[in-house]
Design a protein around this ligand. Sequence first.
Ligand SMILES: [Zn+2]
Ligand SMILES: [Zn+2]
Length: 127
Amino acid sequence: MRVTGGCLCGNIRYEADVFLHNGYICHCTICQRSTGQPAEITVLIKAGTLKYLKEEPKYFVSSDTGKRGFCENCGSRIVWQALAAEDDWLTMSPSAVWTARLKRGSRGTYTPTRNCHGIMPARTCRS
Ligand SMILES: [Zn+2]
Ligand SMILES: [Zn+2]
């Protein structure tokens, strides 16, 4: 689904195709510390479809496999992106997606001791 979104202050705007039926919820300690929450919730972005319309996010390399994009002005979380060039998958913070209502029921099982990466099985919304 094609969506638009952005950060709180408006400096970052984007368009992307996202897989709204595939929620990705990670409970690793990196995601917990990054969000200040028990888990990070994201949706998958179709490779090659993410286009920034204004400014681009700043990135923090949070592990040996990924970096996290955020707005340097307001701090909004925007995207997680793999570091390896051959690994082209990304995830988007659902709070930054404006044009779609996320499907309920997606969930993952990643724990603090497990690696952050993996695609959670999709669950479709029953509401
Ligand atoms: Zn911002
Ligand atoms: Zn994680």
